[in-house]
Structures are given as structure tokens and as C-alpha cells.
Design a protein around this ligand. Structure first.
Ligand code: ATP
Ligand code: MG
Length: 476
């Protein structure tokens, strides 16, 4: 027991993590349902891989010069001495599983989807967490551009089914083993005389991995990038053809895309197609609801405990950008990204197998849904609310509720509340279409009242007829 003078520690979520609260679950449910339905329809099967993987898996694939490996991995040694990492991304684990489970022997391509938590030790800001959620698709064993197009298609259908507008795909090709080295030399040549004007990170990138110079968001580096040679001018015939075919498919399926010749993406394993998906929606004024949608760590609200101290001591700590200064809703919001990874399986010791995939950030999707005030279809909402009045009715409540559950009809209730007024208020707040009212008289008669919330009209029906009548009403 702490002694009285000792101040009790108030626990908060660890920096960069957040609760997904009940009021937000409807957005998350919708994302899960729509992604699952679409992915299954297009023949993608669900896969779940562990949250922990060997650290080497990411070192070998994501690449030692990537942001993830350089500074974002949660890596540790176990008591048994194994070097493990909390997964920062989903593709390398799936390639590992493909090899480990002999997916090669299945009819190809193998089409998989996943969703879950990922971990990166980032500087927390709105929309950027240390534990975040993604759902993604992977299609392994098909080299042709139709596979890339299928990923774009499912992704684009998903976003429109979700009700999001103003979606734009930024597309590029990063070539293959043949043409990329040539481009890399051209790029190094261009930067040779310009290195001095670059940021500290880019000076290092120039030596380690010049392609990543194109990834930098520092203003002075962006200026230099503007006249850098473009990879599309250096693609070999095969890569050029692959890219052209993909763009033809995209035109055909009507995906809105824009070429971005400097898009390379942070991960080393990409080849040929790379893309990012953004919402370009600009809210006239950002609705209050959207602000709550991305719970973030408010430095001021945190107690200045040990953890804060630890954070301040870290290098590169960026305190959260205050909402006012942030151009929230004005800049394109990155929702996801992906690309082709034809060498990944081979890199992990498997038989050479081409692949292509994408991942969408679920926090960002939920945010965009709120920002655009997307309506969640009524079918996934509770349409009924149970209201009781009097002791006898209260006792009989469970019987009615269980009758509905067996008939697969969802109903909300507030059995702890006795006043009919407050129960009806809750029914209203839940946007229920009907209230089922059970009073003393009804409980004795074996009847129940169905009240239409919008009009206030009521009818009394026999309890044994209730399911049949409700089914008819709810079908409309
Ligand atoms: P960025 O360049 O913004 O760091 P990224 O290239 O690291 O993005 P990906 O690895 O491609 O991002 O992840 C795909 C999507 O997952 C992103 O577009 C974003 O929606 C989401 N995502 C990535 N990192 C985070 C994070 N730390 N917090 C929340 N969402 C994230
Ligand atoms: Mg990142």
C-alpha cells in the first residue's frame, strides 16, 4: 500500500500508443468488414503472422539504410539470447511464411491478406504512432502487370466502398537489377557536386544508398531533387513494358493516378512498381469529430515523469505539432503504399518468386472517414432499443432479449435505467429505428409495444408474433 503522502502514479498509454475507444469502433468495424469482404471476393486468404520475428528478417529485407532499420525498430534480446523485433511491417514476415510453409507448392499465385498491429519507434505526431494498425494484400507468384493492377483495383474499390472521396495513387517504377544500378550511377553523378548543400542524413544516404536521397522531405534536399535525373528515363525495355502495361490497366479500371518519378519508398526490397495512396480531400473547416479521430499524445497533458525525461533525452525527438500550426486537412494524407518485390523471397533463401502488395494505415483510414463525415450504413447499426417499465417487465426483459438474439436480431438496452424517459432518450441517441417497450400490462398480457422512433407511432403485438413482425419491418 502506498503511504498517504506518496502521490499515486496515474498511468497513461505508453508514448505513441492509443486506445481505440468504443465510440470509434464503428469506423474500425467498417474498415475490417469492407476489407475482409472485398479481399475474400477477390480470392485473397487471411494470414496472421506473429508480432515477433527474428531481427535479421528485417535487417536482410527492409534494408540497413532504411528509416525502419536505422532508427525505428523495437529490437531486443530474449532471456534465451534470441534477437527479436516487434514487426515494423507485414511483407517480409509473409515472404518468410511463404517459404517456411511451402506455399510454393500451392497453385500460384498465392493471394493473402492480413491486418493487425505494427510497431515503429517514430516521433509521435498526429497520424503517426509507435503502435499502429495496417491491413494489407500480398500476391505472390505472378510477375505480370495484371497482378499489380489487381492490387490497385482491390485497394481502390476498398476506398470507394468505404465512402472516401478524392483518392489519388502516386505511381512510379524503380526498375530491376538490370536498370536500377545504371540509374543509381546517374543519380550519384548528379549529386556529386551538390552533396554539400544536403542535410546530414542525405550526406550519409549519398554514400550508402543514393536512391534514398529522393525520399528526403527536408526543404533544401527537395530543391536539389527537382532537377535530378528520373528513373523512368533509365528503365530497361522489360521494365518499361511492365510499367506501360500497368498504366494501361489503370486507365481501363479508372483508378485516378499521377506519375511521381521521384517516388522510391523507404524499403529496399521493392522492384518495378511502387506506389503511394493519398487522400487529397480538403475540409472547408476541419470538423471537431476529426480532431478526436487521431488521438495523439499531448505533451502538456503528460505528467513530467521518468518516461518524459527519457523521451527528451532521445535524439531526434520532435514534440507533437500543435493542432493550430499543423496544416491538418490541407496536405494530402498518406493512407497507404505498396509495390512489387520480385527479389524478396529469393533474398530470404526461397526459390525466386515475384510478388506485389500494399498496406493501408487503419488509423489514417478512420481519420479520413471522420474528416469526410462518411456515413456508416444502417445495416451495421443497431436498429432496435429495448425499453422496460416496472419491476415485472424488468424481470421478463432477458426473455425477450434472448428471443431476439436467437433470431439474430441485434438490440441495445439499458436495463439499469428505470425511467422510461431516459431509456427513450438513449434509444434516440443510438439512432435506433424502433423501441420495443415492455410495461407492466404487456408483461402480464404477453405482448410488447413497437414504437417507431421517427414518428412516435406505436402498435402492440403478441410476443410470439414479435420476431415475424420485426423481420418484416427491418427488411424494409
Ligand atoms: P511515411 O513515409 O509517412 O513514414 P511509410 O512509407 O513509412 O510512410 P508504409 O511503411 O508504406 O509507410 O506504411 C503504409 C501506411 O501505413 C502509411 O501510408 C500509413 O498510412 C501507415 N503508417 C505507417 N507508419 C505509421 C505510423 N507510424 N503511424 C500510423 N500509421 C502509419
Ligand atoms: Mg515511415
Amino acid at each position: 500500500m502506498p503511504n498517504k503522502k506518496q502521490k499515486l502514479k496515474i498511468f497513461q498509454t505508453p508514448r505513441g500508443t492509443h486506445d481505440i475507444l468504443p465510440q470509434d469502433q464503428k469506423y474500425w468495424d467498417r474498415i475490417r468488414t469492407v476489407s475482409q469482404t472485398l479481399a475474400s471476393y477477390y480470392g485473397f486468404e487471411r494470414i496472421d503472422t506473429p508480432h515477433l520475428e527474428s531481427t535479421d528478417l528485417f535487417l536482410h529485407t527492409v534494408g540497413p539504410t532504411s528509416d525502419i532499420v536505422e532508427k525505428q525498430m523495437y529490437s531486443f534480446k530474449t532471456r534465451g539470447g534470441d534477437a527479436l523485433t516487434l514487426r515494423p511491417e507485414g511483407t517480409a514476415p509473409i515472404a518468410r511464411s511463404y517459404i517456411e510453409n511451402g506455399f510454393l507448392n500451392l497453385p500460384q499465385p498465392v493471394k493473402l491478406y492480413y491486418r493487425g498491429s505494427f510497431f515503429r519507434h517514430e516521433s509521435p505526431q498526429r497520424g503517426r504512432y509507435r503502435e499502429f494498425h495496417q491491413w494489407g494484400l500480398e500476391l505472390l507468384g505472378e510477375e505480370s502487370a495484371i497482378a499489380d493492377a489487381e492490387i490497385f483495383q482491390v485497394c481502390s474499390l476498398f476506398l470507394s466502398e468505404l465512402g472516401l472521396k478524392d483518392i489519388l495513387f502516386y505511381v512510379n517504377s524503380v526498375g530491376c537489377r538490370e536498370c536500377r544500378p545504371k540509374y543509381r550511377s546517374a543519380l550519384s553523378g548528379y549529386y556529386r557536386s551538390r552533396v554539400r548543400g544536403l542535410c546530414k542524413d542525405c550526406k550519409r544516404r549519398y554514400k550508402d544508398n543514393p536512391l534514398r536521397l529522393l525520399d528526403c522531405k527536408e526543404e533544401k534536399c527537395v530543391t536539389v531533387k527537382k532537377s535530378a535525373p528520373q528513373i523512368l528515363d533509365h528503365l530497361c525495355e522489360a521494365c518499361k513494358n511492365h510499367f506501360t502495361v500497368l498504366l494501361e490497366f489503370l486507365d481501363e479500371i479508372g483508378v485516378a493516378y499521377m506519375l511521381n518519378p521521384y517516388l522510391v519508398r523507404g524499403l529496399d526490397y521493392y522492384s518495378r512498381t511502387v506506389f503511394e495512396i493519398a487522400s487529397t480531400y480538403v475540409a472547408a473547416s476541419e470538423p471537431e469529430v476529426a480532431r478526436e479521430a487521431l488521438p495523439s499524445i499531448n505533451a502538456e497533458n503528460r505528467n513530467a515523469g521518468d518516461e518524459k525525461k527519457e523521451e527528451d533525452e532521445e535524439e531526434n525527438v520532435v514534440t507533437e505539432v500543435p493542432i493550430k500550426e499543423e496544416k491538418a486537412g490541407k496536405e494530402p494524407l498518406a493512407l497507404g503504399g505498396g509495390g512489387r518485390y520480385d527479389y524478396l523471397v529469393e533474398l530470404l533463401g526461397g526459390r525466386p518468386t515475384p510478388g506485389v502488395g500494399m498496406a493501408l494505415g487503419m488509423e489514417r483510414l478512420a481519420y479520413a472517414m471522420k474528416q469526410q463525415q462518411v456515413k456508416i450504413p444502417a445495416s451495421s447499426r443497431q436498429k432496435l432499443f429495448f425499453v422496460h417499465l416496472g419491476e415485472l417487465a424488468k424481470k421478463k426483459s432477458f426473455k425477450i432479449i434472448e428471443m431476439l438474439r436467437r433470431a439474430n436480431i441485434a438490440i441495445a438496452e439499458s436495463l439499469g435505467k428505470d425511467s422510461i424517459k431516459s431509456q427513450l432518450k438513449l434509444a434516440d441517441r443510438a439512432a435506433s429505428e424502433y423501441a420495443l417497450i415492455l410495461g407492466q400490462k404487456e408483461a402480464i398480457d404477453g405482448t410488447v409495444i413497437i414504437r417507431e422512433m421517427s414518428s412516435g407511432t406505436q402498435e402492440t403485438v403478441l410476443q410470439e408474433k414479435l420476431i415475424e413482425i420485426l423481420k418484416q419491418k427491418l427488411r424494409r
